[in-house]
Design a protein around this ligand. Structure first.
Ligand SMILES: Cc1cc2nc3c(=O)[nH]c(=O)nc-3n(C[C@H](O)[C@H](O)[C@H](O)COP(=O)(O)OP(=O)(O)OC[C@H]3O[C@@H](n4cnc5c(N)ncnc54)[C@H](O)[C@@H]3O)c2cc1C
Length: 401
């Protein structure tokens, strides 16, 4: 049964309450009766609750009596680049272990690539009880089509209860495709996970409405329960050299490994300092810098602190610094121990990408800049005075001169 919404015209009094209640502007009046524009309606149900006359009925496909008992185990997609397992995978294995223990199931690692047999021990030592591995030259580099197809086939064959994936560029691209193909929901960018033991449900917590509230999302009627998790939020699984895993090697026919896109080249980015997503400290510059040449003061401070350099979109859009440094809604989500925002106003789209940083220091000459609302420490003043002074002091304290 598909989801549906119906207006009972005999009950509709034309009161227009539902028109006002609809957050998507999907209801209008015609001949004093409510009419729903199905292209705009998201079936959120806001109108149903408002209608005093019970003239609107929403039927949701709850999955009926779908048998969920065949789904078991917690899976972690272990991202590798050039054969190096990315640290987010170890974070997910650490968190996955807790979830698997609460559910009383196995923790499984899924790794795709070429020449990756040697990675098995590494994943076992990080706590994986079972490792699904598909090793083929077509899987050497991440590509949407073959990775999705192989992952979907694994899910269909082994039916995991929970799938965790890093909220990385690759993770986001892959797992959304997998979710659609296996008809499951997906909660993106989680910062907290837990299990409701009684219902065997994954509690997926993530910031919502620009970080103003934390929403906990559940998927009671569908399996697998799928979530992407932000980098650096969870603790890495400890290494236990004695831990062994069962290994399931899977190979697939050529048709499953086909790609509609062709990888021509991978251009390594020249990172002068530290990788943004991995960094414990980030110094970011915004439009307040006034020009590309002034990023020099940001780089100097970053160098003194062994930090990565970030930027606001305004700085990136002005071509002062490459896009790979952009922090925010359409850039990277970061969660360092220390984030220093220099000449950044703190618009919501920037905050979304950095507000879960442990300590935020904001330097801005405008005392009313919104960045100060999220800052742990605020310095009201000119970045051209303050940033070089901080650099000098850090260099002195950290014995770098
Ligand atoms: C769909 C969408 C997605 C977006 N995604 C992102 C994103 O991913 N990341 C992002 O950052 N933005 C994003 N934006 C843009 C965002 O709305 C802001 O425009 C942007 O963050 C502003 O950058 P800024 O703070 O550097 O510039 P401004 O808002 O212009 O702020 C500059 C600040 O510098 C201060 N300043 C100026 N001179 C000095 C000085 N000498 N000393 C101290 N302070 C000084 C000013 O007081 C001001 O507060 C997005 C917008 C949209 C619509």
């Amino acid at each position: 049964m598909a989801d549906s919404i119906t207006i009972f015209l005999d009950k509709c009094t034309g009161c227009t309450l539902c028109v006002k209640a609809c957050p998507f502007g999907a209801i209008h009046m015609a001949n004093k009766k409510a009419v729903i524009d199905m292209a705009a309606c998201t079936l959120c149900g806001a109108c149903v609750e408002t209608c005093k006359f019970r003239a609107i009925e929403l039927k949701k496909d709850t999955g009926g009596k779908k048998d969920l008992s065949k789904y078991k185990d917690v899976w972690v997609f272990c991202e590798q680049k050039k054969g190096v397992i990315q640290s987010i995978s170890f974070e997910l294995l650490g968190e996955g272990r807790k979830l698997a223990d609460k559910l009383g199931v196995k923790l499984c690692a899924v790794i795709l690539g070429s020449g990756i047999e040697s990675k098995i021990d590494e994943l076992a030592e990080r706590g994986a009880d079972k490792i699904y591995i598909s090793d083929h030259p077509a899987l050497e580099f991440y590509q949407d089509d073959p990775y999705t197809e192989v992952f979907v086939r694994l899910v269909q064959e082994y039916a995991p209860e929970v799938i965790l994936c890093g909220a990385t560029t690759i993770g986001r691209s892959l797992i959304s495709r997998v979710a659609v193909k296996v008809n499951a929901g997906l909660t993106a960018d989680c910062t907290g996970l837990d299990i409701d033991k009684k219902e065997r449900i994954l509690l997926q917590t993530r910031p919502a409405f620009g970080g103003n509230i934390m929403a906990t999302i559940v998927t009671p009627n569908h399996r697998p329960q799928m979530a992407t998790v932000r980098h650096k939020v969870m603790k890495e699984a400890a290494i236990d050299k004695s831990h062994k895993a069962e290994v399931i090697r899977k190979s697939y026919p050529e048709e499953a490994l086909k790609s509609r896109t062709r990888l021509i080249d991978i251009v390594a980015e020249i990172e002068e300092n530290v990788n943004l997503a991995e960094a414990d400290i980030i110094v970011s510059g915004g439009r307040g810098l006034g020009g590309p040449e002034h990023f020099a003061i940001i780089r100097e401070l970053a160098k003194a602190l062994n930090a990565a350099v970030g930027a606001s979109r305004a700085a990136v859009d002005s071509d002062w610094i490459p896009y790979s440094h952009q922090v925010g809604q359409t850039g990277k989500t970061v969660c360092p121990k220390l984030y220093i925002a220099c000449g950044i106003s703190g618009q919501i789209q920037h905050l979304i990408g950095m507000q879960s940083s442990k300590v935020i220091v904001a330097i801005n000459k405008d005392p009313d800049a919104p960045i100060f609302k999220v800052a742990t420490y605020g310095i009201v003043g000119d970045i051209f005075d303050i940033v070089p002074a901080l650099t000098k002091e850090f260099q002195r304290v950290l014995n770098k001169v």
